[in-house]
Design a protein around this ligand. Sequence first.
Ligand SMILES: Cc1ncc(COP(=O)(O)O)c(C=O)c1O
Length: 408
Amino acid sequence: MKFVYECNDCHAVYESEEVFYQCPKCAALNDGTSFAKGNVIVKLDEQYLKTLKKRTELSVADFLPYAIPHPDCYPVGNTPIVRPRRLARTHGLNNLSFKMDSALPSGSFKDRASQLIAAQALHHQETRIALASTGNAGAAMSCAGAAYGLEIILFVPETAPANKLMQSVLYGATVVPVKGSYDDAFALSIAYTKEAGGINRNTAYNPMTIEGKKSVSIELFLQMGRSVPDVVYVPTGDGCIFAGVYKGFFDLKEAGLITKIPHLVAAQSRESNAIARAWKTQQFNNLERATTRADSISVESPANGRMAVRYISESEGWATEVDDREILEAQLELAKEAGVFVEPAASCAWAALKNDQRMIADRFGENVEVCVLLTGTGFKDMAVFDGQIKIPEAIENSVAAMKERFAL
Ligand SMILES: Cc1ncc(COP(=O)(O)O)c(C=O)c1O
C-alpha cells in the first residue's frame, strides 16, 4: 500500500521507502522544555482508501501500511466488547460499552503498536528492535519479539519498578537499566539504534506506533456493524493511544465509511495532566512532576502531546481530569459491578466518564453510545492493592465455623 509521512507541526510531506521517524526540521527545534515537535502522521493513499467503501468484505488489515506476517503467531485484535448491564443501569447510560484491550496477548493495548512494528521490522529485514519503556510497551514488544524471533533491547530508567520489567525479562528481552530518567533512556535508545541499526519503537517517535494503535477504531467499526460510538473515552499519558484512536476513525472517514469522527475524550489523572492542561491553555509546557499512582499514564513530557491536543479539537472532544482516589474507586467498581479487572491507567477512563456522565446525558441524550477503552489488565499492577485487600484467615473445617465467621 502506498503511503507518505506528514509532519504534525509544519505539515511538510515526506516520501520514503526506508524506515522514517520524524520531520528533521521540526525535531531540530526540540529543547526538552515543551512538548516535542516533529512527530509525523502516516497518510495512506486517498484513492486507495476510497476503493474500500465499495468492498463488501473489510478487515483491519486493509488499512495497515504493512502486511502482518502470520497473525496467528501473535494474534492482536478482535478484543471483546463488554456491555456492562449493571453499571449502565446505575449510571443511566443505556448504550455503554467497554473495549477490552486488557485481553490482548501481553495484557495491554500496546500489543497493537508492537504487532505493526514487528511487521515493519520483518518487511525491512531487520531483526533487532530497541525501545525505551517502563512498562506495557516494553512488555508488548518483548512478547512480539518472542513470538516472531526478534531481538528486543529495552532501555529503562534505573528507577523503573522491578515488577513492571518482569514480563519483559520473562519474554527474553535484553533489559538495559540506564542511570537517569525515562527521557534519558528514550534518547539513549535512539542513539543506540542510530549506531547499531535495527528499528526504534519509541512511542510516537516511530509513527508506526500510532498507525498500529489505530486498529482499535477500525475493529470497533466492524464489530459494531459498520457504525461507531458517539463518544470514546481514552486513558491518556503520552497521547499516542489517543492519536491512534483518532487516526483509525480518520481513515474510515477518508474512505467514506463513516461521516463523522466520534467525540474523543482524553482521560487524565489530575496528577499527570500535561495534555489536558495544554488543551485548555494552548501552552505546551512539560510538567515538572507527574505523580499519579496510575503509572502507565504518569508522564511529564508527553511524547505525542501536540498531536493529541490537535486531535482533541479536531474530534470536537475534550479532556477530563480525575484524581487518584477516583481512579482507584473506579477500578474497584469495575471489578465488583462488572467483573472487569483493569489496571489503574485504564480505570481512569471509566472514572472520567463517571465524572462527565450528567454533562453527556444533557448534551447527547441518554441513548448516547459511549465506549470506554480499557487498555490494560489489573494483573499488571497487583502492588496497587498492598495493604488494601484482606484475604480472610482459614476457619475450622465445619459449616458452623463458616457461618459464625461470615455471618451467613
Ligand atoms: C494501560 C495503558 N493505558 C493507557 C496508556 C496511555 O497511553 P499513551 O501514553 O499513549 O497516552 C498506557 C501507556 O503506557 C497504558 O499502558
